[in-house]
Design a protein around this ligand. Structure first.
Ligand SMILES: [Zn+2]
Length: 186
């Protein structure tokens, strides 16, 4: 994802993990997305490539510094990478030497907890950003309108802690929809 001016400014143009490479990517720390800069970490090409699977070598020693960054997104990403390396003494040492806020740790380790998948009424897996069709008319509680059968909902967002729910915009309003009343649109 292209880096925003706001993120570039926060990172002072440098990668927020190694603080040496030039910040070139806005990396959203899953399960959050690029909606807001607070979900993102500015990364250089080297750090991004390692996160995506390239051999790290000694590069991750830089995490001893980035763990002290005050941004929760940077803390969470750093903690997550270290957690994967915790069998190494140096990584374990960093992990046990910091005290991060509970929500940051939860965010960091969420990557290792297999969340239940969202499926539509046919059992087809749904992803963030999918387009779905309502297979029956729905009375939208609180919004006072009826969404007829066949309504197309674009760019859905999966509700992270509930595999039976997604969020989507109907009539310009973001509402929660039950996956059993949807069909994924191909
Ligand atoms: Zn970097």
């Amino acid at each position: 994802m292209k880096i925003s001016d706001k993120l570039k400014q926060r990172a002072q143009g440098l990668c927020e993990l190694c603080t040496t490479g030039e910040a070139s990517t806005a990396y959203a720390v899953s399960p959050k997305n690029n909606d807001i800069v607070e979900n993102e970490v500015a990364l250089c090409t080297t750090c991004l490539q390692i996160i995506e699977g390239k051999e790290a070598g000694n590069h991750w020693q830089c995490l001893a510094g980035s763990i002290w960054n005050t941004e929760p997104s940077v803390q969470a990403l750093t903690y997550r990478i270290l957690y994967e390396l915790k069998d190494n003494d140096w990584a374990n040492e960093i992990l046990t030497s910091v005290e991060l806020e509970e929500p940051v740790i939860t965010w960091a380790v969420s990557a290792f907890i297999k969340s239940p998948i969202h499926v539509d009424s046919n059992g087809t897996e749904l992803q963030n950003g999918d387009t779905v069709v309502l297979i029956q008319g729905l009375n939208v509680k609180g919004a006072n309108f009826m969404a007829p059968k066949g309504t197309i909902v674009k760019k859905i967002h999966l509700v992270a802690d509930n595999p039976e729910q997604i969020e989507g915009k109907v009539n310009e309003q973001t509402i929660v929809l039950l996956t059993k009343y949807l069909r994924k649109s191909m």
